[in-house]
Design a protein around this ligand. Structure first.
Ligand code: AP5
Ligand code: MG
Length: 191
């Protein structure tokens, strides 16, 4: 079972490269951001709570996210080739919860694909996407807050996964296909 974490700052290309990984390896996609936007659209209690955090560029509380992730993972069933976790984990508590969840299934994280992109490029990509995405958080002001949140709460996970020997550093600047070729090498090394 391939359990891939795709890791990186807002706008680093996690969603874009997830699509290519799914096409190549046939794994299931779990994007916590997409699940939360679905909840907001459906007007659920979770969606209402989440939108306040998302619009401020803050993280939705761990307990809500971990329960949501467990339910989403269970819904995929057992007959799958693996999962790509996109936008999760984002805190050490979430990473520990993921390790526990996978261990209960006799599995573990196979590799962490770390997309590394400079801040100026990240902000440029998010503002450009804001013209058409309809995402409430795709504007310069919120993008800067999302980046601050990333550096203070999510980047510490890089060391967590380096210590576990699982972090594959990928230069996330360049052509989408060129970046994917590097990702493919990292995944094939653990397959
Ligand atoms: P989430 O939806 O996960 O957003 P994000 O991490 O901020 O990242 P994005 O989806 O904006 O970017 P991406 O890395 O997927 O890049 P993409 O491929 O789209 O989270 C949103 C919010 O939900 C969070 O802020 C938080 O509030 C909440 N949340 C979600 N998960 C949570 C969790 N686990 N815990 C707590 N809260 C959580 O690419 C970006 C743009 O760049 C696109 O337009 C793309 O076309 C373009 N692009 C991609 N690759 C390239 C390239 N190589 N060159 C040029 N342009 C490129
Ligand atoms: Mg995304």
């Amino acid at each position: 079972m391939l359990n891939i974490v795709i890791f990186g700052a807002p706008g680093s290309g996690k969603g874009t490269q997830s699509d290519k990984i799914i096409a190549e390896y046939g794994v299931e996609h779990i994007s916590t951001g997409d699940v939360l936007r679905g909840e907001i659209k459906a007007g659920t209690e979770l969606g209402k709570t989440a939108s306040a955090y998302i619009n401020e560029g803050k993280l939705v509380p761990d307990s809500l996210i971990i329960d949501m992730l467990a339910a989403t993972l269970d819904a995929k069933g057992k007959d799958i080739k693996g999962v790509i976790f996109d936008g999760f984990p984002r805190t050490i508590a979430q990473a520990e919860a993921l390790n526990d969840m996978l261990a209960k299934r006799g599995q573990s994280v196979s590799t962490v694909i770390g997309l590394e992109v400079d801040d100026a490029e990240l902000i440029k990509r998010i503002i450009a996407r804001g013209a058409t995405s309809g995402r409430a958080d795709d504007n310069e002001e919120t993008a800067k807050k999302r980046l601050d949140t990333y550096y203070s709460q999510t980047l510490p996970l890089k060391d967590f996964y380096i210590k576990e020997g699982k972090y594959a550093k990928i230069n996330g600047v360049g052509t989408i296909d060129g970046i994917f070729a590097d990702i493919k090498k990292a995944i094939d090394a653990v397959k």
